[in-house]
Write a protein that binds this ligand. Structure first.
Ligand code: ATP
Length: 291
């Protein structure tokens, strides 16, 4: 194989709970992860390894992102190529579409695409389990992104259980013009003193029953206690989505991206227009859940 093209899908959290902070600093989470139809595109090209050229080279169509060893794509490629002792080189091109530092696991999803892409390009025969085991070394969300779909995520994010997909619905996704550091949010979260925890078990049941109302009634994210306090525009966007027909709206991950869930496509499209007029966010999308 000389060239492989992969889509890297973004995720949202339909529910996000933090159970406790472990002594090693990691947080134990309980989250419902869902892939959505916003994606980056990665193109992998194989070339003969030469003495002078680096084995991995990356080009990105977005100036905000690093193209060196700090890019998660590079980290994933390096780990795989070291583990499988690959002597050939690879050129990776990233077309970025997922909002950056947004709570949509864009970087983790790109890394996950590297696992699938290099597995095919170099015929490595890695199983999904092999990829997930190696992927967690790059980041806690990478194993989920390798798998995709709807999943319950526990532990530090590496204990994954596939669960029923939500019923058909439309999503309005809006990212206000601020970047949020995941590290900052977790460091400022007081996990042990949270007064209220989301009903994640109830949401899993609602998913099994295919009840959209059961799902939207339980949408909660404890990280809002940190991010919304710092950036009130997130609450404004949620209100705006709800007042334009969303069943409910929530911040995804550590934010600042907000998603609203709509029963009808027409309502979601109308809300999109209203959101644009308001000017609360520049990156706005209408999309659907992705299997
Ligand atoms: P999460 O939901 O997992 O917290 P996020 O959406 O908050 O992710 P990302 O967009 O994945 O955040 O990236 C956060 C930071 O990681 C960026 O500021 C960027 O500099 C760095 N980064 C490294 N590689 C990538 C990549 N391929 N895509 C996006 N960001 C990357």
């Amino acid at each position: 194989m000389e060239q492989v093209i992969r889509k890297a899908y973004a995720k949202i959290n339909l529910g996000l709970d933090v159970l406790r902070r472990r002594p090693d600093g990691y947080h134990e989470v309980k989250m419902v992860m869902q892939t959505v139809g916003i994606f980056d595109t990665l193109t992998f090209r194989r070339r003969a390894g030469e003495g002078t050229r680096p084995l991995i080279s990356i080009s990105v169509d977005n100036e905000e992102l690093p193209t060196d060893g700090n890019n998660l794509i590079y980290k994933a490629a390096e780990l795989i190529m070291r583990t499988y002792v690959i002597k050939d080189g690879v050129d990776i091109k990233l077309q970025k579409n997922i909002p950056i530092a947004a709570g949509m696991a864009g970087g983790s999803s790109d890394a996950a695409a590297v696992f699938h892409g290099l597995n095919e390009l170099f015929s490595l025969s890695m199983s999904l389990e092999d990829m997930k085991k190696l992927g967690v070394k790059i980041g806690a969300d990478v194993p989920y992104c390798i798998m995709g779909g709807t999943a319950l995520s526990e532990g530090i994010g590496e204990i994954l259980t596939p669960i029923s997909a939500p019923p058909e619905a439309y999503l309005l996704i809006a990212k206000p013009d601020i970047s949020v550091s995941t590290k900052f949010v977790y460091e400022n979260l007081h996990a042990d003193t949270l007064k209220k925890h989301p009903d994640i078990d109830g949401m899993v049941k609602a998913l099994e029953e295919g009840s959209l109302k059961g799902i939207t009634d339980r949408m909660e994210n404890v990280l809002e206690t940190v991010t919304v306090k710092k950036y009130p525009v997130i609450a404004q966007i949620k209100d705006e989505m709800r007042s334009h027909g969303a069943e409910n709206a929530l911040m995804s991950g550590s934010g600042p991206t907000v998603f609203g869930i709509y029963r009808e496509k027409g309502t979601a499209l109308k809300a999109y227009e209203e959101m644009k007029k308001k000017g609360l966010a520049r990156q706005i999308y209408v999309t659907e859940f992705q299997g």
